[in-house]
Design a protein around this ligand. Sequence first.
Ligand SMILES: *[C@@H]1O[C@H](CO)[C@@H](O)[C@H](O)[C@H]1NC(C)=O
Ligand SMILES: *[C@@H]1O[C@H](CO)[C@@H](O)[C@H](O)[C@H]1NC(C)=O
Ligand SMILES: *[C@@H]1O[C@H](CO)[C@@H](O)[C@H](O)[C@H]1NC(C)=O
Ligand SMILES: *[C@@H]1O[C@H](CO)[C@@H](O)[C@H](O)[C@H]1NC(C)=O
Ligand SMILES: *[C@@H]1O[C@H](CO)[C@@H](O)[C@H](O)[C@H]1NC(C)=O
Ligand SMILES: *[C@@H]1O[C@H](CO)[C@@H](O)[C@H](O)[C@H]1NC(C)=O
Ligand SMILES: *[C@@H]1O[C@H](CO)[C@@H](O)[C@H](O)[C@H]1NC(C)=O
Ligand SMILES: *[C@@H]1O[C@H](CO)[C@@H](O)[C@H](O)[C@H]1NC(C)=O
Ligand SMILES: *[C@@H]1O[C@H](CO)[C@@H](O)[C@H](O)[C@H]1NC(C)=O
Length: 510
Amino acid sequence: MSLSLLPLLLLLSLLPLSLSLSLPRGTLINCGAAVKSEIDGREWLPDTGFVSGGTSRNLTTPGLVPILSTARSFPNYPHRKFCYTVHVYRNAKYMVRTTYYYYGSDSPPVFDQIVDGTFWAVINTTEDYANGMSSYYEGVFLAQGKTMSVCLGSNNYTESDPFISALEFVILEDSLYNSTDFKSHGLSLVARNGFGYTGPIIRYPDDQFDRFWVPFEELNPLIPINVSNSNASVSGMWNMPPSKVFESELTTGQAEAMELDWPPGSVSESKYYIALYFASGDSSGSRVINISINGVQYYKDLDVKPGGLVVYATQWPLSGSTRITMTPSGRSIGGALINAGEVFDVLPLGGTTLTRDVIALQGVKQSLQNPPPGWSGDPCLPRQYSWTGITCSSGPRVRVVSLNLTSMGLSGSLSPRIANMTALSNILLGKNKFTGPIPDLSSLKLLEKLHLEDNHFSGNIPSSLGSIDSLHELFLQNNCLTGEVPDSLVGKSGLDLRTSGNSFSAPPPT
Ligand SMILES: *[C@@H]1O[C@H](CO)[C@@H](O)[C@H](O)[C@H]1NC(C)=O
Ligand SMILES: *[C@@H]1O[C@H](CO)[C@@H](O)[C@H](O)[C@H]1NC(C)=O
Ligand SMILES: *[C@@H]1O[C@H](CO)[C@@H](O)[C@H](O)[C@H]1NC(C)=O
Ligand SMILES: *[C@@H]1O[C@H](CO)[C@@H](O)[C@H](O)[C@H]1NC(C)=O
Ligand SMILES: *[C@@H]1O[C@H](CO)[C@@H](O)[C@H](O)[C@H]1NC(C)=O
Ligand SMILES: *[C@@H]1O[C@H](CO)[C@@H](O)[C@H](O)[C@H]1NC(C)=O
Ligand SMILES: *[C@@H]1O[C@H](CO)[C@@H](O)[C@H](O)[C@H]1NC(C)=O
Ligand SMILES: *[C@@H]1O[C@H](CO)[C@@H](O)[C@H](O)[C@H]1NC(C)=O
Ligand SMILES: *[C@@H]1O[C@H](CO)[C@@H](O)[C@H](O)[C@H]1NC(C)=O
């Protein structure tokens, strides 16, 4: 589900900043921009250092805020992803937000959004675009390594190019949403609202992490809005909501129940994290309410005091539309009330490729002058978006088992780091323009096929190749290899050895 924003409202709040206010920490990327910009005292970087490929776009719509006035688009190749890679603090929890505002005049593309190895969401901004609005998607994810990636992947729903306007990584305090096990799950925002609030979106500096709390009025039927003079103590709430959300509320009169169709629209069948925030404005006493969601009891006899409180469910099943019913209990001196709420889809993480293989592949990529397009993000995951030419093992320990880069016009050298990819059984690099030596591959005990034919490899054939028992195809023909074919390979049983078309000092044995 996309969340919409009026483009002209976004980031237009030129607020005076007091020096004591600490800025949200993280990385803000203005996609497609050529230069840095500063907005509300926060620095937005151009995206060139975070992504390779794609085309930057300038929007001509007048009056757009800076982050919506540029975008970057990527070619639409099915099952290929294009990733932004951002340096992060390992084990820190990040709010990740992507913003989309289409630059074209046709209908916007529909594509996939991926975080690390996990499919996150289908991006469909069609409706927002038709309404002249930008869309944003927000999630909470743990940095499991030193970098995190957010990728756009082409599915087959539409033919136009995937694009993005802005990408934000903001570090969250440890206590936020900490009932979630972020090692195995992420959170994908469905709704975050301030109830009974009618002003502009509540965000930084009211929210120290720049989360967006969107005004929500229930109009059908109308639930009255009340200005609340509660004294909510937000520092005691682990999710640290901004105190401003407690300044207004939706409320009913004495003994009247409140029915709220929220989150609006329909949600897909999944488990959801739901947090509801309350603070009573009655200093004279408390309000006691029963809460149910779609008729299932969520919390009974909730005693709402002026100091405020939050009740949350970590994995609440929802599907379709949602109705929250709040019933004041007999003990209550007032009606039902609610100040704010958050709903996130609890997303099981898809895992990541074994780090050893990732590091080795980065070495292989770096020594190529023209790495294959789409070699970014996680190499194996999500499975439908593995890197071009790469095959991976199934099961929980995901490893690269085959590298097939045949006839891809690649030049550069073959990094010795490939020797760390110990699950490899095939290395097929034939018909390219590789130069330099063949590295020592003797650590690849499972290697069956090594095809290096029709390249410009030079130097000697490493005799250590003879120690790989499983090797049964070694294709070296038509390179610039010199020296002699090692004895360890000549006559090795079960080996199909091809060496013609090189410059050996002794003629290869027949
Ligand atoms: C977009 O505008 C900037 C600044 O005006 C300019 O430097 C850049 O070349 C433009 N980019 C494109 C793709 O037109
Ligand atoms: C995208 O959203 C529009 C408007 O809600 C809808 O008509 C269309 O079917 C969606 N496209 C896909 C591929 O889901
Ligand atoms: C899109 O891809 C899916 C899975 O690969 C396939 O089942 C579906 O038929 C495709 N749809 C179109 C319109 O090509
Ligand atoms: C969440 O954070 C709060 C405040 O730091 C702490 O008291 C609580 O034990 C944490 N809960 C979990 C499950 O880590
Ligand atoms: C509105 O708020 C005031 C003070 O916070 C309270 O006294 C009053 O009962 C509330 N009205 C309703 C309808 O709840
Ligand atoms: C909140 O605090 C102010 C001043 O500290 C006090 O006047 C007011 O009565 C308090 N409101 C409630 C609902 O406790
Ligand atoms: C609130 O829930 C409790 C426990 O389910 C029940 O005993 C009580 O009658 C409920 N109160 C109202 C007003 O529905
Ligand atoms: C390797 O890739 C080439 C070109 O895409 C393809 O023709 C060949 O069948 C592949 N080989 C294997 C073993 O997958
Ligand atoms: C293989 O990985 C180890 C650490 O896991 C590293 O020390 C070593 O340098 C790597 N080997 C190559 C050839 O890159």
